[in-house]
Each structure stands twice: as structure tokens, then as C-alpha cells.
Design a protein around this ligand. Structure first.
Ligand code: HEC
Ligand code: HEC
Ligand code: HEC
Length: 113
């Protein structure tokens, strides 16, 4: 009897994992519309974020969610240069995976007047 319960439990978990793994594939999940972050006092311009421009072969929903960002607009603390760090946008905008955050020529790729 107990062994049967364990088997059922294993099956339930397996199905759950399968759903999670397939449910977040970019082909099936519509990415949210573009939005912008709250602008900090010192910020040189408002930063918009496009999901559509980020999703690709190498970048899946799980690349950012929920390790880096919650699936909720304006839930991230953007103060104190937090978004520049490698725990946020800086993880990829490092000059290797994508254009570098620290390069003066790139500020306006994110910050718009
Ligand atoms: C490159 C990083 C990145 C990837 C990849 C990514 N997201 Fe996001 N997502 C974000 C950020 C940043 C936010 C906003 C967090 C904040 O403002 O605090 C966000 C917010 C969201 C929100 C909340 C939107 C709202 O209106 O509140 C949803 C839903 C979401 N993402 C779904 C997805 C899905 C589905 C995928 C895959 C198709 C995906 N995300 C891939 C970075 C990403
Ligand atoms: C998982 C890696 C990753 C993370 C995290 C990430 N980006 Fe990107 N981003 C990319 C890649 C890859 C591109 C496209 C290649 C390129 O243009 O260098 C890109 C492109 C962009 C672009 C140019 C889009 C266009 O118009 O072509 C902007 C703006 C941008 N990212 C802003 C952000 C912001 C703001 C954040 C943090 C909220 C962020 N990114 C987080 C990987 C990432
Ligand atoms: C990959 C996108 C990206 C690039 C490139 C980028 N930033 Fe940012 N930066 C952000 C985001 C997102 C925020 C948080 C939203 C805001 O305050 O506008 C931010 C915030 C800031 C802030 C405000 C910090 C605070 O706590 O008030 C300053 C100052 C800043 N950036 C300067 C720069 C400068 C200077 C450059 C170029 C050398 C640059 N940024 C390049 C994404 C970027």
C-alpha cells in the first residue's frame, strides 16, 4: 500500500517537472509587451525592456526567470546601480554575450532621452 503511494507520488512529480520544462519553452509562451523601468534620479534616461528582442536560441524564459528577475513588472530594486550588476542586466551586457554596460558608446542603447 505504502509503496503504491510512493509510485503515485513519483508519477505526479514527473508530470509536474515535464509540464514546467515544456511550459516555459519560448515557442509556446507568449512574451509580455515592452515596458520601462522606473527611472532613478541619476539615470541618464528611461530604460525600456523588450522581451521579444531578448528571447532566442540561447536565451530562454528560465535564463532570467526567476533567478535574476521575478515575473512581475517593477518588482526589482533598480536603485544604486543594481541593474548594472551581474545579478541583473550586467550578467550578459558584459561585452561578450552582448554589448558592454560600461562602454560610454553603449549607454544610450539602453537609456533613452
Ligand atoms: C533577458 C531577461 C529575460 C528573459 C529571457 C525573460 N524575461 Fe520576463 N522579465 C524580465 C524582466 C527584467 C522583467 C521585469 C522585472 C521587473 O521589472 O522587476 C520581466 C517580467 C516578466 C513578466 C511580468 C510582466 C508584467 O507585466 O508584470 C512576465 C509575465 C514575464 N517576464 C514572462 C516571461 C516569459 C514568458 C519569458 C520567456 C518567453 C520571459 N519572461 C523571458 C526579463 C526577462
Ligand atoms: C540572458 C542575457 C541577457 C540579460 C540578462 C539581459 N540582456 Fe539585453 N540583450 C541580450 C542579448 C543577447 C541581446 C542581443 C544581442 C546584442 O544586441 O548584443 C540583448 C539586447 C538588448 C538591447 C538591444 C535591443 C535592440 O533594440 O536590438 C537592449 C536595449 C537590452 N538588451 C537591454 C537589457 C536590459 C535593460 C536588461 C536588464 C533588465 C537586459 N538587457 C538583460 C542579453 C541579455
Ligand atoms: C544594458 C542596459 C544598460 C546600459 C548599456 C546602461 N545602463 Fe544604466 N541602467 C540600466 C537600468 C535598467 C537602470 C535602472 C533604471 C533607471 O534608473 O533608469 C540603470 C540605471 C542607471 C543609473 C541610475 C542608478 C541609480 O541608482 O539611480 C545611472 C547613473 C546609469 N544607469 C548610468 C549609465 C551609464 C553612464 C551608462 C553607460 C556607461 C549606462 N548606464 C549603461 C541599464 C543600462
Amino acid at each position: 500500500m505504502e509503496r503504491k503511494m510512493v509510485l503515485v507520488l513519483i508519477m505526479v512529480v514527473a508530470v509536474g517537472v515535464w509540464c514546467l520544462a515544456s511550459g516555459v519553452s519560448p515557442a509556446q509562451v507568449k512574451s509580455p509587451a515592452d515596458f520601462s523601468f522606473e527611472q532613478g534620479k541619476a539615470s541618464p534616461g528611461k530604460v525600456a525592456f523588450s522581451h521579444q528582442k531578448h528571447i532566442g536560441d540561447d536565451v530562454k524564459c528560465t535564463t532570467c526567470h526567476v533567478k535574476l528577475f521575478k515575473m512581475k513588472k517593477r518588482s526589482t530594486d533598480t536603485s544604486g546601480g543594481a541593474m548594472h550588476k551581474n545579478t541583473a542586466c550586467g550578467l550578459c551586457h558584459d561585452g561578450k554575450k552582448s554589448f558592454a554596460l560600461g562602454d560610454k558608446n553603449n549607454c544610450m542603447k539602453c537609456h533613452k532621452k
